[in-house]
Design a protein around this ligand. Structure first.
Ligand code: PLP
Length: 241
């Protein structure tokens, strides 16, 4: 297949962006909310900054990278006056200090060790870091995230740490053939989210339930997500160079 020209890519992104925002709005309304209640974050891995910034010019306000190296190499080119940069991938403890002052939220915290380092580096940088706790809701081996039954203990420990604030939950469910199957996982996440919110623990804020990607963001919103992370549906298939 021939690679698309730069202007064709920008046109595609524009068309995709408005399709996605319409779909999010429809799903939000179906679940008794408004478009504004849902945070549309673009997963920008492999996408060049000029293309990302084009999406920002259309109204995109949140972007997320999943690799430290890539985030750093693109950092100076993001239009960060107009969008908010988050970290959404697996984060190694020894790399926390490289991004701590560059992202507004780390979505993928799944261990006391990682949270401890985020807390430590946040103190050093005189800032408070927002984090989401990542849940391995499908109980898949070799997948990041804590198991449901480990969540309470993690919350208890992390919420006691200085300069770190739990803002919600994130998940990447198992790949499902049918949409009805993925909803089972989204429903479980929503239940956890509500259960934790209702406990009203100190320093635990359930503001965000981050779930739903290109193939299932509408289902996720219908199941109660208020943040979706969309990559290929917006930017096209990823080309790894
Ligand atoms: C890449 C990525 C996404 C988006 O994936 P798509 O299927 O391309 O929408 C969402 N979340 C994380 C953590 C990712 O790395």
């Amino acid at each position: 297949m021939m690679e698309r020209s730069f202007s064709e890519v920008l046109d595609d992104v524009k068309k995709n962006y408005f399709e996605i925002t319409e779909n999010i709005a429809r799903a939000a309304e179906k679940s008794g909310r408004k478009y504004e209640d849902i945070t549309f974050l673009a997963a920008t891995k492999t996408v060049e900054p000029a293309v990302i910034n084009h999406a920002v010019s259309l109204g995109l306000r949140y972007i997320g990278e999943n690799k430290v190296q890539e985030l750093l190499s693109k950092y100076d080119e993001y239009d960060l006056k107009n969008c908010d940069l988050q970290f959404i991938g697996h984060l190694q403890t020894n790399k926390v200090r490289q991004i701590i002052d560059k992202v507004s939220m780390i979505q993928s915290v799944d261990s006391v060790k990682l949270a401890n380092e985020i807390s430590k580096q946040s103190i050093k940088n005189s800032l408070v870091s927002n984090i989401l706790l990542e849940v391995n809701i499908g109980r898949e081996e070799n997948k990041s995230g804590v198991l449901e039954e480990e969540l309470d203990e993690l919350i208890e420990k992390v919420s006691a740490m200085p300069n770190i604030q739990i803002r919600g939950l994130m998940t990447i469910p198992p790949v499902c053939e049918k949409k009805i199957e993925v909803c089972k996982f989204f429903d479980k996440m929503y239940k956890l989210f509500i259960d934790i919110s209702s406990k009203k623990s100190d320093n635990v804020y359930m503001d965000y339930l981050s779930m739903g990607m290109s193939d299932d963001y509408e289902e996720a919103v219908l199941c109660g997500a208020n943040m979706v992370r969309i990559g290929s549906r917006l930017f096209g298939s990823r080309i790894y160079r």
